[in-house]
Design a protein around this ligand. Structure first.
Ligand code: ADP
Ligand code: NA
Length: 330
């Protein structure tokens, strides 16, 4: 039987992914290479909606790809590419924007949040139409499934509405994508503020573990993570969010379960747990950093990987766009 096709993207908006990006998203991408016909893209078109620096964007796009490869994406087992290398994303985005209601787009909660923070003068039309471009990303590949967190649910709903509307008006063109709920994904919280999620935009420097930072620095952050005043190592997200977060990371980075960790640390202190987790984390990131560097150092090899990825992506996206244009009357 044909494997379900999945599409997912990540923005190249930081110099390094953080541990939450890996444990909450990329780790699952790696697993889905075995079960899905997987398309993964670094969405640089999305990354210019909030203002950006060209040199930083160019470098971050390559660093993102190199990290994804280092973390286990295999171009032989998935289609890995950069969004701007595939012109059909912007082309389909335009067509879809013409069947999206202005009010409909205006109801997107993420736009309301981001534009409220940026202020009207710094809010671009691109930020407003961002979810329409995202719909194009998904529909271009005829994706059956899209892994979505809570914050992306409304955008997937819009994508489904647009697919249905287009197919209804112009004839069957797009596969209707559904949400792929990942059972085993870990939500990682801020080390200094363990009730909010670890986030590149919201976390303080000590609250976030960047995969490419000096591992000694990461170890230090783990050791100074905020924990509650009790002594017992228990998993309790409400009363012990800090310790629970450390246990979540620890279990996700090892073959042990949280229950096994609770047994292992029964009667021991927070210091022991932090020291051991710091070691586990350092051992995890070291080879990732080496591999990332190796991919970045071999410019010709990385260019080749990107060219092959774009070509594989275009084999699908060009066919979808051709059908779209024909059905629309071009
Ligand atoms: P950020 O919140 O740091 O800006 P993004 O929104 O770019 O991160 O998220 C990229 C991917 O990483 C998304 O799939 C998102 O769900 C996941 N992710 C981000 N932060 C976390 C976290 N703290 N825990 C789990 N997953 C996360
Ligand atoms: Na585990």
């Amino acid at each position: 039987a044909r494997r379900p096709r999945v599409l997912s993207g990540i923005q190249p908006t930081a110099d390094s992914f953080h541990l939450g990006n890996y444990l909450g998203a990329v780790r699952n991408w790696v697993a889905m290479q075995e079960t899905h016909d997987a398309f993964y893209c670094v969405v640089d078109l999305h990354a210019i909606t909030m203002g950006h620096d060209p040199a930083a964007l160019r470098s971050r796009t390559r660093v993102s790809i190199a990290q994804l490869l280092a973390l286990g994406l295999d171009p032989e087992r998935c289609t890995l590419f950069v969004q701007s290398h595939v012109p059909e994303h912007a082309q389909l985005g335009w067509v879809l924007s013409c069947i999206t209601g202005f009010g409909e787009a205006g109801r997107m909660v993420q736009f309301k949040d981001k534009s409220a923070k940026a202020g009207q003068d710094s809010t671009s039309v691109g930020l407003f139409t961002y979810p329409i471009l995202q719909a194009a990303d998904i529909l271009l590949y005829q994706a059956d499934q899209v892994p979505v967190g809570e914050d992306q649910r409304q955008h997937l709903e819009l994508t489904r509405d647009l697919a249905q509307r287009f197919n209804g008006r112009f004839g069957q063109t797009f596969t209707m994508p559904s949400a792929y709920i990942v059972k085993d994904t870990a939500k990682i919280t801020d080390l200094q503020d363990p009730t909010s999620k670890m986030s590149k935009s919201a976390s303080s420097p000590n609250g976030i573990i960047e995969l490419l930072e000096d591992p000694a620095r990461s170890a230090k952050k783990i050791k100074s993570a905020v924990t509650d005043t009790g002594r017992e190592i228990l998993y309790d997200e409400v009363n012990k969010p800090g310790i629970s977060n450390l246990l979540t990371m620890y279990a996700a980075l090892t073959t042990r379960t949280i229950d096994e960790l609770l047994e292992q640390y029964d009667g021991r202190g927070y210091g022991d747990l932090k020291k051991d987790l710091a070691e586990v984390l350092v051992e995890f990131v070291k080879p990732i950093q080496e591999k990332t560097k190796a991919y970045l150092d071999d410019k010709a090899q990385l260019d080749k990987i990107l060219a092959i990825g774009a070509e594989k992506a275009r084999a699908v996206s060009a066919a979808t766009l051709a059908r779209t244009y024909k059905n629309v009357g071009f």
